[in-house]
Design a protein around this ligand. Structure first.
Ligand code: MSP
Length: 524
């Protein structure tokens, strides 16, 4: 494996629905991390995609009067458009109907079969089509899905089974060993306890093929079975990087195991129990970490289309702009926990953090540079610095470490807070040193230049650390400072060293980065 390789995935989303705030949440979070890791010089592979097989998708297609493939082809562009709108920088986009995927799934089947992990048997039991999940008799009440509450279907068929029950001890050893090494396989901790308890209670073998419908990857043994959609879907993480393709063996070596699978807490058993067991059975390495985030709640309930409490990403982006959208979800909801979202808190964050703190700082500063210095950045200051200068500078100097620790803990909120400490200090600094007074007399011209230099430098550095979350406005701030393309930065620590703003750079005023949203616009 390449030491700097950083392979990060989102779940692949079902095409029975279009992108919504929930799927966008995982994808935006993964994008912020991918962008940051590119800025720390990692060789990033950021994968997302679509889960196109299974009964649920076949049913959606049927209801729309299309073939399953036509249906998938009609929905895929909606995801691509949404991710483009949200400035998602995925390096690959896998669809499970692609040849590369199907080939990989079949190769995997063969490997498991050859290693003796499969057998043919008879399955009888309850299945939830919307969740595409089997449930044991003791998990269900009145034939309702214990997760989504919808009616279960009784299935009776001959299936292939995976000997999942044999992997309980190996999984518990894996969780333990990783915890001891200080690199837990399941994060956050709370989720780990839940998974461990589930595995300890004993695992049952898993039915992994279906014969009652055809919309899936056929088994290579040619007996009319198709792959159970979850097995099919999980394999995307390796088929995308060339598993099953002898010509891609070196790519696969270089990329696997993944550093992170980002998932919602709803699909943790698939990712933390079934997936590692499948990999162990095939003699493959297990990913570094599965990180399960919480649910977005609207008015205290899980947001979902059926409950009618979901805004669309497009409507929010139209209202707040893409950067504010990304900022809000990563700043206001603690990654890893459930979090309530509301229009009120979004307007508050927007006006408070973005329009007031960050946008205003840039406007005031660029205006003063124009007014007092003819729009040219001063040269790096010489001479004694004051206590206020030192406070500002030391905050900027401590930001890279604080930000890195927060991102390593996947605490996007803390990373943004650390950046805001600098932004707020820069605002306080301007208030304290009052450049408008210094501009009154020629005697304080040097001090004025120093003060504006320090603030411009703080803004240059703050923009760097805003960039993973707010790519558009950060790039714009760098453009206004006549600096290079912020998205080309591959060593954020060196780029953030104090004193690199070239004196004489033209500084452009520009329009407000985040125009204030007024109350009467709130219900628009
Ligand atoms: N196709 C499976 C995943 C297969 S991965 C090998 C699937 N797809 S899904 O379209 O239902 O997407 C589920 C994911 O969307 C969740 O795990 C989570 O990442 C995200 N979310 C869906 N609703 C959500 C919320 N209300 N809140 C936060 N995230 C949510 O499951």
């Amino acid at each position: 494996m390449n030491e700097r390789s950083f392979y990060l995935t989102t779940p692949i989303y079902y095409v029975n629905s279009v992108p919504h705030l929930g799927t966008a949440y995982t994808t935006v979070a993964a994008d912020a991390l991918a962008r940051y890791r590119r800025m720390t010089g990692h060789d990033v592979l950021f994968l997302t995609g679509l889960d196109e097989h299974g009964q649920k998708v076949a049913q959606a297609a049927d209801e729309a009067g299309m073939s399953p493939q036509e249906w998938c082809d009609s929905i895929a562009p909606r995801f691509l458009e949404a991710w483009e709108m949200l400035r998602i920088t995925n390096d690959d986009f896998i669809r499970t109907t692609e040849e590369r995927h199907k080939r990989g799934v079949q190769a995997f089947w063969q490997a498991l079969h050859d290693a003796g992990h499969l057998y043919q048997g008879h399955y009888e039991g309850w299945y939830c089509v919307p969740c595409e999940t089997y449930y044991a008799e003791d998990q269900i009440g009145d034939h309702e899905c214990p997760v989504c509450g919808r009616e279960l279907e009784f299935i009776r068929e001959d299936n292939w089974f995976f000997k999942l029950s044999e992997f309980g001890d190996s999984l518990l050893e894996l969780y333990d060993a990783r915890a001891v090494e200080g690199r837990p396989f399941i994060r956050p901790e709370t989720r780990s306890n839940e998974v461990v308890a589930f595995v300890r209670s004993g695992l049952k073998d898993l039915s992994i093929s279906r014969t009652t419908f055809e919309w899936g990857v056929p088994l290579p043994f040619g007996d009319g079975h198709v792959t159970y959609v979850w097995i099919d879907a999980l394999l995307n993480y390796i088929t995308a990087i060339g598993y099953g393709d002898p010509e891609k063996a070196t790519d696969f070596e270089r990329r696997w195991p993944a550093q992170y699978h980002f998932v919602g807490k709803d699909i943790i058993r698939f990712h933390c129990v079934i997936w590692p067991a499948m990999l162990l059975a095939a003699g493959l390495e297990v990913p570094e970490c599965v990180y399960a985030h919480g649910f977005l709640l609207a008015k205290g309930e899980k947001m979902s289309k059926s409950k009618g409490n979901a805004q669309t990403p497009a409507s929010l982006v139209q209202r707040f702009g893409v950067d504010a959208y990304r900022y809000y979800f990563l700043r206001d909801v603690r990654f890893g926990e459930d979090g309530s979202i509301s229009m009120e808190s979004m307007v508050q964050r927007y006006n408070g953090d973005l329009a007031n703190d960050w946008g205003n700082l840039c406007s005031r500063l660029f205006n003063m540079t124009e007014k007092y210095l003819g729009g040219l950045a001063p040269t790096s200051p010489r001479g004694l610095s004051t206590e206020a200068d030192d406070t500002l500078r030391s905050l900027a100097l401590s930001l890279p470490d604080k930000y890195e620790s927060a991102m390593a803990a996947l605490d996007f909120g803390a990373a943004l807070e650390a950046t805001w400490d600098l932004i707020k200090e820069a605002n306080r600094y301007i208030e304290t040193v009052a450049p408008w007074n210094l501009a009154k007399t020629e005697e304080t011209a040097d001090r004025l230049a120093t003060v504006l230099y320090n603030t411009l430098e703080s803004v240059r550095i703050a923009a760097l650390f805003c960039a993973p979350v707010m790519p558009e406005t950060s790039a714009e701030v760098w453009r206004r400072l006549s600096l290079g393309d912020i998205h080309q930065v591959t060593d954020i620590v060196s780029a953030a060293r104090w004193g690199q703003l070239p004196g004489g750079n033209r500084v452009f005023k520009g329009e407000p980065l985040f125009p204030r949203i007024y109350e009467d616009q709130q219900d628009a």
